[in-house]
Design a protein around this ligand. Structure first.
Ligand SMILES: Cc1ncc(COP(=O)(O)O)c(C=O)c1O
Ligand SMILES: N[C@@H](CCCC[NH3+])C(=O)O
Length: 419
């Protein structure tokens, strides 16, 4: 069931007309459906639930809003975090420290120390010096840090180059060929409790085959590590499942992922972690915007909307496609470019696209904006930071305020030596 649907010719999120949110909160604004978040969380958990021992940690970089995180915490999700800031959010949202795992190639000593103090459940080590530093910090505190080694399986995930993470040339993980010797050295350190292996080969994967190749390589590595006498109790299989952005896009389901993972891992006898991000949040949110002008262009008009690349960076960053729909469609269509007000030629959301006809003042939405949307927003061009709204049934709450340029400016100052 889709929780963004038209009723009487206008788009609703659950039982709230989007026009009401636009009138009361203004635009641009992100709108999330709690029911969709809950459904996605349940469907993913049930899909991978065919594995005997499995934990789900939401990759909170996809959507770190506190309200959204609370919904997922209530669904039993832990968190995959990549910074001290994300850890603080996960804890504030009610996720238990033991259900938090810490990924990322550049964890600082300060972040590692804070995570040890918080008692998080798993450190995903990205290279040996990081493991040595963590071991020393933990030993000093009289602790033993639960850790897994992230390996780079050198598998082409078949996704956009900028969101591919499992190729040898990418910065993530250690070469799988070097993993056995490195694992042995790390396991020998006091202060580290080396429990297993982690991988994550990329995001927006539309095919399970690269994941299956990567999992298979991990299976071979586990056998090798066990043969060398290591106890392997945990494997983190990362995230990456894609979502449909365009009408007709077909993506593997969580159930298909679960079936494949159960088959490949059947003899592993370990706890399995998953770190889904986009598949949980992507289609649970839209970015609502108002048309400012329809400006004539050479081949087709530019629909200038009040959202811009600073609010939703994916189209300008990855040429990503986000479907545009009018909140109150007239039934007519037009061929147009859609652009924002930012002073960059690349501040476009769509070029040469057939869309619902819109005119100045009309509302529209960019779909599938719940993941890597608001979280990547900035205040470029001194625009406000975009607000976020969570809908549940016929209620809505503003879960992130619009931060005005003046508020951002209040944190800046002119040095006293300047006249
Ligand atoms: C280590 C790690 N885990 C999980 C994710 C979440 O990925 P996705 O949103 O594609 O599920 C990412 C982002 O690609 C990541 O880097
Ligand atoms: N920001 C990317 C995903 C990055 C995944 C993080 N490892 C996107 O919008 O598609």
């Amino acid at each position: 069931m889709n929780h963004f649907e038209y009723r009487d010719g206008r788009m609703f999120c659950e039982d709230v007309p989007l026009e009401k949110i636009a009138a009361e909160v203004g635009t641009p604004v992100y709108v999330y459906s709690q029911a969709t978040l809950e459904r996605h969380a349940r469907v993913f958990r049930e899909g991978v639930g065919v594995l005997p021992r499995v934990h789900c940690a939401f990759a909170i970089k996809a959507n770190p809003n506190l309200g959204v995180l609370r919904v997922l915490a209530n669904q039993g999700y832990g968190a995959d975090v990549v910074s001290g800031g994300e850890m603080v959010r996960a804890l504030a949202a009610g996720m238990k420290a033991k259900d938090i795992l810490f990924s990322g190639v550049g964890k600082t000593g300060e972040e590692l120390s804070a995570a040890l103090d918080a008692g998080i459940g798993q450190f995903n080590l990205e290279h040996e010096p990081e493991g040595i530093a963590l071991a020393a910090l933990a030993h000093e505190k009289g602790l033993s840090a639960p850790a897994v080694l992230r390996v780079n399986p050198d598998v082409d995930a078949g996704t956009h180059a900028k969101i591919s993470t499992g190729l040898a040339e990418n910065k993530f993980g250690v070469p799988i060929s070097e993993a056995p010797a490195m694992f042995a050295r790390l396991a020998a350190l006091p202060g580290l409790d080396m429990r297993g292996i982690a991988i994550h080969i990329g995001s927006q994967l539309s095919d399970l085959a690269p994941l299956e190749r990567a999992y298979t390589r991990v299976g071979e590595l586990i056998a090798e590590l066990r043969a060398a006498g290591h106890r392997i109790s945990r494997v983190d299989l990362g995230g990456g499942l894609g979502v449909p952005y365009r009408p007709g896009d077909e993506m593997p389901s969580p159930a298909a992922l679960g079936e494949m993972a159960a088959r490949v891992t059947k003899d592993w006898d370990v706890e399995i972690m998953f770190e889904p991000g986009r598949v949980i949040a992507g289609n649970a949110g839209v970015l609502m915007t108002r048309v400012i002008w329809v400006k004539p262009g050479i081949a087709r008009p530019y629909v200038i909307v009040d959202a811009a690349m600073n609010d939703l960076a994916r189209p300008s960053l990855y040429d990503a496609y986000h479907q545009f729909q009018a909140v109150r469609p007239s039934g007519e269509t037009m061929n147009a470019n859609i652009a924002g007000p930012v002073c960059e030629t690349g501040d476009t959301f769509a070029m040469d696209r057939d869309i619902d006809s819109v005119a100045s003042g009309d509302l529209g939405v960019f779909l599938t904006a719940g993941a890597y949307g608001a979280t990547m927003a900035s205040t470029y061009n001194s625009r406000s930071l975009v607000p976020e709204v969570l809908v549940s049934g016929d209620r809505y709450a503003i879960v992130a305020d619009r931060i005005q340029a003046a508020t951002v400016m209040a944190a800046e100052r002119v040095p006293e030596w300047l006249p």
